[in-house]
Design a protein around this ligand. Structure first.
Ligand SMILES: [Zn+2]
Length: 126
């Protein structure tokens, strides 16, 4: 069965999502570009606010994790746009099965069918 998603509508949706992600990535990058208050040289400050320093480090780590995640998603979206261009969109890149419309609605950038997505997830979390 051929996928019934409208490629034009899907492209617009992917481009919108990509623009949103780009905006978020830019904001995170700007935040990370601000040098972290260094513990060296400013011992008094670090002594006064040890919790602040810790939470700032935590916030940066969180930002970095989110940055990696969002950049990964942008890559997936670019790949999906490429597949749209080639007329391959909506098929699993591993087994070639048509990805159900409901799944594409939920995760339009996915390159995998449900089974292969689960397999990929398992192999990447190990
Ligand atoms: Zn598959």
């Amino acid at each position: 069965m051929e996928a019934t998603v409208d490629p034009k509508a899907m492209r617009e949706r992917l481009l919108r999502e990509r623009a949103d992600l780009e905006g978020t990535v830019t904001r995170i990058r700007e935040r990370l570009a601000v040098p972290q208050r260094d513990s060296g040289g400013d011992i008094a400050l670090a002594d006064q606010h040890p919790a602040d320093a810790a939470s700032e480090t935590e916030a940066r780590e969180l930002d970095l994790a989110r940055l990696t995640m969002f950049e990964g998603k942008i890559e997936l979206i670019d790949d999906a746009l490429g597949r749209l261009d080639r007329g391959e969109y909506g098929r699993c890149v591993i087994c070639g099965t048509a990805i159900p419309d409901e799944r594409l609605e939920l995760v339009p950038e996915t390159p995998y069918c449900v089974e292969d997505a689960e397999r990929e997830q398992q192999s990447s979390t190990r």
